[in-house]
Each structure stands twice: as C-alpha cells, then as structure tokens.
Design a protein around this ligand. Structure first.
Ligand SMILES: Cc1ncc(C[n+]2csc(CCOP(=O)(O)OP(=O)(O)O)c2C)c(N)n1
Ligand SMILES: [Mg+2]
Length: 589
C-alpha cells in the first residue's frame, strides 16, 4: 500500500516540508540529543526513527544500536539498564512500531527497570485527522509506563527530558515514554539550556528508612529465634549486594533470594540458601532448606514484591512468622504480608540496619550460626547427590542439568548469565552458582515473556563489554527473536547463545499435562536447525546431541571471542524442580 506521507527523513513541518539537516542547522532534534548526552547516554536502541534524532545523535557522541524488531529493541534497552546501572534508551516510530514497545515496557514496569522510550508522534498539524500510522500513544502506554508525556514546545524540551530521566530512575525505577512530534524535531533549535544535571543513573535519589523504624527492625531480628532474609531483584537495582553481604556476615543471617534476586548473595557463602519460591521441589538446591523457612519466626523481605512465584503462590512462608519489609515502594511493603515497615533505599537502609544490629546483643545469633551453616551445607550436599547422575549424564537427548553443570564449571564471578522466559530462567536460577555478591543473572521475570533472552543479552553485552555474556533460551522462546542474530553479528558482540532444543513448548506442555491430563496440538514443533539459522546470519553455529560434547562446544564458543550459537538437542521430558509438578511427575523430573 502506498504511503500517503513523505518518508520520515523529510518530515513535513507544520508550515510545509523542510528536509532536516541536524548538524549544520541546529534543530530541536540536536537539542534533544544533547540533553540525552548530558544524562550520560552513549547508545540508544533504535531503527532510524525518529530520523531527525538519530541523524543528530552521533554529533554528540550517541550511537545507535539498531534492532530488527521493536519488541527486541525494548528488551535490549532493558538488558542494558539491568547490566549497566544506567537508564536504557529505546526509540521507535509512531504506530505499529510503538505498539511493539508495549510488551518490553510492561516487562520493565513489573521488573522496575528504568528505560526511556523516545517515540515519534505524527506532525502536530495532522493530529486527530487519521494521519498515517497515528495512534493514541498516550493512552496506549499509560498502563505500561510510570510516566508518559508528549513534548509540544521546543522551549520546554529539556524540562521534559529531565523529567523523563527523573521518573525512570528515581523511587521505584521503571519505564517512561517521551512522545515527540516529527515536525517539532526539525524546528529551529531553541537556545541551549542552562540545565546541567546528569540524571541517567539509578537509583537517582537514595533515601534511607526512618532510623527509629530501623532500630525496631534490628531489635526484632536480633531477638528472633529463626530469622531468614529473602532478597529480591530490588537489591540489585539498589546496588545493595555489598550491604546485604555485610549484614548477612555480621548478623549471622541466612539469606535466600527470589529468581530476580539471584546473585545478590554469594551462593558460595555458607549462610546463603539460594533461590527459593516456586522452584523448591526435589532436584532444587533449596529443596532441603524448606524446614528453615517453615520454622522462621522473623522474615526480612528486601526489594521483594512478594509475587506469586517468589512465594510459591503465597504458600511459602509460615502464617505465624513476623515480617520486616524493606522496599523503596511503600505500596509493596505489606502488600501480601503485614509487616514492620522500612520504606527506603535498600543500600542505605541495609547499611543502617547492620549498624543497628551491631548495637544489639548478637551472641545468640553467633551461637546459632554453626548449626545454620551445617544445615545449609547438608541440604546442598543432598542436592548434589540427588542430581549428580543427571548433571553428569552422557549421550542424548541431552539433559539441561548437564548443560548447566558444564556451564557452571566454566562461570567466573564477572560472567553475566541471561535467560529467556520458561524453563531457561529456572535452569539458570537453580543450576548456576552466584560466585560473588552482586553477580548478575538476568531473567525476564516482570511478565516472563518469551523472546527476551537474546535481546536482553545483546543489551547486557553492550553495557558490560568486558564481561562474558551467556544466553540460555528454549527453542520456543528463541523463535521470538531469531531475527536479532543478525543484530548480534552486526554489532560484533561475543555473546554465546545456548538453545535448549527440546522440540516443544515444554513448560506449556508439561503444565497442561499436569493440570488437564492432556495438551493442545500447539506444543510440538517441526524440527528446526538453529545452528544453521546462526550460520545463515554469519554466526558460528554448532549442534550438540550428546551430553559429553557440551563442554567442548562451550570452550570453543568462549575461546572464539565472537558470537556463537550452540543448538543443544535436549530431553523433552526434562523438567526443572517446580513445586507444582511434585504432585504430578516423579521426582526429580
Ligand atoms: C510471549 C509469551 N507467549 C506465551 C507464553 C506462555 N508460555 C510460557 S512457557 C511457554 C513454553 C516455552 O517453550 P520454550 O521456549 O521452548 O521453552 P521450554 O519450556 O521448552 O524449555 C509458553 C508458550 C509466554 N510466557 N510469553
Ligand atoms: Mg522448548
């Protein structure tokens, strides 16, 4: 269908058509790019639009990492933000491109990830006239963003850009949307702004909880017989892993995490329990630690939104337990468990809580420590025995547990593991070891959408060029983002992609079988050669069909310093230790 308007590089202005020329004739787009640069933005995830912005941006040191599809572009900005501690930026055209940002912004909203989405609007003179690809973006983005505004005046540009970065990175971080009419961008530039603040980092403002409340929490914890800490992804967002580690160590507290919180505690520390929640059936590292939670009398929740998976459908914690809940978002504190309230930044407040704990009598805690460490060590030892034969299984089809064992053996504390939704998130949560407090394991647990893995890994690798990034995807989820293999190659990022090719929508099939005793005919795929897809994009691709070949394939990929894909033919009956499955499938799964 012919397009009824001029192509975007010659965006019509309110007064007619005027091809933009960003660098020579300073325009609003250049001022916009300057404002982004002031906030420390050096890369945006885009696909040319808004063209005036992307043509101007390189002149102020901002490069465009071009995505193939907007869903993925949003996930790249999300992965970049998670791995960098900076606000991620994604850009898109109005209309169909903008609609495709809804899903990644929804993930960022639920996972509290700061992202600025810069979205082009139709020209102001065409608004509400059924302009080509015109949509009500303000209403479309409202439920998936913290803040949405359209910039209508050049002289307010920097006010709005600064508000956008403040909204994204302050309080509970999240995605925001800035809508910019195409014609505004090519207007003559307003005078440079006197604004100088750099607002592109998060958390932007750190505020500690009320000291009196902290002191009361310390007394509660010190007086508890069986305290447990359950830390969520908010601890990563706050950069509070070191403060949590100090509290754990000095107050002798056992620390568990949610899936999004994985890595906030060092899992080689004798008081770290690992990931708890809906993945605690036999075969899980934390299976033998259920008693520690069952008997808990005081539970400290930190950066933890007490969601369904993190609480095993709100059945995990004992009814009689008392809760202390620390979060930056007052609405999360006490949402599901009435709690002693600590509203504030995790880093500052955990440091204050440790100080307050040191003022308490901790002899009881110190005395309890050896038994706690022994209990955790015994549970981990029992887990190793349970899964030893699966994690070492040769032949094919390959067990995902073998893949995790081979990968874990090669992981260093600075490596970043990224997973797609579905089983991949659970395999990395349970099968890899966090080797330092603060190590990153990125999982799309906001809305757990398929297809986030590869683009989040691309964003993470751009954010952390010196870290090794490994991406684990199921074959169903990977199909949502095959196209970005070309992006991976074009950007020259040495991400290693592992596809667990079980030929099915595994979680879907197994959950349907467990719930209904039957599954629909959507769950089985025709055979796909993912290694060939990679090679078609110029990426080294190999297929692995036997457990004993996984390690060598990983070594080759890691040594290459280039993007690589390993298509691993995995056992379609392999299931991670989801508690819900325990009643339906023989354990371990
Ligand atoms: C965008 C999206 N569509 C559908 C789902 C529902 N869903 C959850 S897990 C799953 C199966 C995924 O299969 P695959 O990626 O192959 O991983 P496996 O479970 O087989 O390891 C589906 C369809 C989802 N989470 N996100
Ligand atoms: Mg699959």
């Amino acid at each position: 269908m012919p397009e009824p308007v001029a192509p975007p590089t010659a965006a019509p202005t309110a007064s007619g058509t005027a091809p933009m020329n960003a660098p020579r004739n300073a325009n609003v787009a250049l001022r916009l790019a300057e404002a982004f640069a002031r906030h420390g933005v050096t890369v945006t995830f885009g696909q040319s639009l808004p063209s005036a912005f992307h043509l101007a941006a390189p002149h102020v040191g901002i490069r465009q990492a071009a995505y193939r599809q907007e869903n993925a572009g949003g996930a790249m900005a999300d992965g970049y933000a998670r791995a960098s501690g900076r606000v991620g930026v994604v850009t898109a055209q109005n209309g169909p491109a903008a609609t495709l940002l809804v899903a990644p912004l929804a993930e960022a909203l639920k996972a509290s990830i700061p992202v600025v989405a810069l979205v082009q609007e139709v020209t102001r003179d065409a608004t509400d006239r059924n302009a080509f690809q015109e949509l009500d973006h303000l209403n479309m983005f409202a439920p998936v963003a913290k803040w949405v505004r359209r910039i209508d005046r050049a002289d307010r540009l920097e006010d709005y850009v600064d508000m956008a970065f403040v909204a994204a990175g302050s309080g509970r971080p999240g995605p925001v949307v800035l809508l910019v009419p195409a014609d505004l961008l090519v207007e003559a530039a307003p005078p440079p702004s006197p604004r100088q603040a750099r607002l592109g980092v998060y958390p932007l403002d750190r505020v500690a909880a009320d000291p009196a409340s902290v002191a009361r929490a310390a007394a509660l914890l010190a007086g508890a017989r069986y305290p447990v800490v359950v830390a969520g992804g908010g601890v990563h967002l706050s950069g509070a892993a070191a403060e949590l580690a100090a509290l754990q160590q000095d107050a002798h507290l056992p620390v568990a995490t949610t899936t999004m919180g994985k890595g906030v505690a060092d899992e080689t520390h004798p008081l770290t329990m690992g990931v708890v929640g809906y993945v605690m059936a036999r075969g899980a590292r934390s299976f033998g630690m259920r008693a520690m939670i069952d008997r808990a009398d005081v539970i400290l929740l930190v950066g933890n939104r007490t969601n369904q998976n993190g609480t095993d459908s709100w059945k995990l914690f004992p009814r009689e337990a008392r809760f202390i809940h620390l979060d930056i978002d007052p609405m999360e504190v006490g949402r599901n468990y009435e709690a002693h309230r600590l509203v504030g930044d995790a880093k500052l407040t955990l440091a204050a809580l440790r100080e307050a704990m040191l003022a308490q009598d901790l002899t009881g805690r110190a005395a309890a420590r050896p038994a706690l460490e022994a209990e955790i060590a015994a549970a981990v030892g029992a887990w190793r025995d349970t899964v030893a034969s699966i994690r070492a299984r040769d032949g094919g089809p390959v067990r995902p547990e073998r893949v995790m064992a081979e990968l874990d053996r090669r992981m260093t504390p600075d490596d970043i593991a990224v997973a797609d939704a579905s089983y991949a998130s659970i395999w990395i949560a349970g099968g890899l070891t966090a080797r330092r407090a603060g190590q990153r394991f990125l999982t799309p647990r906001g809305i757990a959408g398929l297809g986030w893995g590869l683009p989040m890994a691309i964003g993470a690798q751009l954010a952390a060029p010196d870290s090794r990034v490994v991406c684990l995807c199921g074959d169903g989820g990977f199909a949502h983002s095959w196209a970005e293999l070309e992006t991976l190659r074009r950007l020259g990022l040495p991400v290693t992609v592992l596809v667990l090719n079980n030929g099915i929508l595994g979680y879907q099939k197994h959950a349907e079988d467990a719930s209904f005793g039957a599954h629909t005919d959507a769950v089985d795929f025709a055979e796909v050669d993912h290694a060939a897809i990679a090679r078609a994009c110029g990426i080294a691709g190999v297929r692995v069909e036997r457990g004993e070949d996984v390690g060598a394939a990983l070594d080759t990929a890691f040594a290459s310093g280039a993007p690589a894909l390993i298509d691993i033919v995995t056992d379609p009956d392999a299931k991670p230790p989801i508690s819900f499955y325990a009643r339906h499938y023989p354990e371990p799964f």
